[in-house]
Design a protein around this ligand. Structure first.
Ligand code: C5P
Length: 222
């Protein structure tokens, strides 16, 4: 099976309170994008990384020596735009190739989850890691608030695995239709592709706020 990856790293560090792109923020001295790319490199030799336009050289430098063929491309305005840019540069691999789409903001997703995804993609067009939701979730605010049924909810993580053909098709159609989503699995499902789920891992939590970064530092030093 041909396996490649798109690693999104074109976001800003604004919610982390940093003035460098989040992917370049170090955890235990190593930039997040390098942690995430190193994990992907244990399952694939080809990684496309999306970068902010003004940080290309820094992203390339942060990835120096990661054991994979790595292309760094300029990302888009939204995460969805960035993923579309990344997968377009893999199109020559053919529709049957498997592509893992991963966020640099989840630097510590265990490789075991990638293994589960690569198994699931043998029988699906797309596969996503899911964790049970621990918080009770509401929708709406104030007088419009209503509760969702927690036992039926799941939190979706990355990487997510796709056959390249369905992934390209979903992204191209979403772009043409003006459909926007916060992950890629939802686009595949929206366009009628078979989506499977595997068990996610709490270690793959997204680093969004300064407290997430401090928790990751503490865990690594323990
Ligand atoms: O902002 P958020 O945490 O949802 O971003 C998820 C991932 O998408 C991050 O790894 C970020 O670098 C990436 N991203 C991107 N292009 C954007 C926005 C976010 O590659 N325009």
């Amino acid at each position: 099976m041909t396996i490649a990856a798109v690693l999104t790293a074109a976001g800003s560090g604004s919610r982390l309170g940093r003035d460098i792109p989040k992917a370049l923020v170090p955890v235990a001295g190593v930039p997040m994008v390098r942690w995430a790319a190193s994990a992907l490199a244990s399952v694939t030799g080809r990684i496309v990384v999306t970068s902010p336009a003004d940080a290309l050289a820094d992203i390339v430098a942060a990835l120096h020596g990661v054991p994979a063929e790595i292309d760094v491309v300029v990302g888009g305005e939204t995460r969805q735009d960035s993923v579309r840019a990344g997968i377009q540069s893999l199109a020559e691999l053919g529709d049957d190739a498997t592509v893992l789409v991963h966020d640099a903001a989840r630097p510590f997703m265990p490789v075991a989850v990638m293994g589960r995804l690569l198994q699931a993609i043998e029988h699906h067009d797309a596969a996503i890691p899911v964790l049970p939701v621990v918080d009770t979730i509401v929708t709406g605010v104030g007088a419009d608030v209503s509760y969702l049924h927690r036992p039926s909810l799941g939190a979706v993580q990355t990487p997510q695995a796709f056959r390249l053909g369905p992934l390209l098709d979903s992204h191209r159609r979403a772009h043409a239709d003006g459909v926007e989503a916060t992950d890629d699995g939802s686009l595949a499902l929206h366009y009628g592709y078979r989506l499977g789920t595997v068990e996610g891992d709490p270690l793959g939590a997204k680093i969004t706020y300064a407290a997430d970064l401090e928790a990751a530092e503490r865990r690594l030093s323990a």
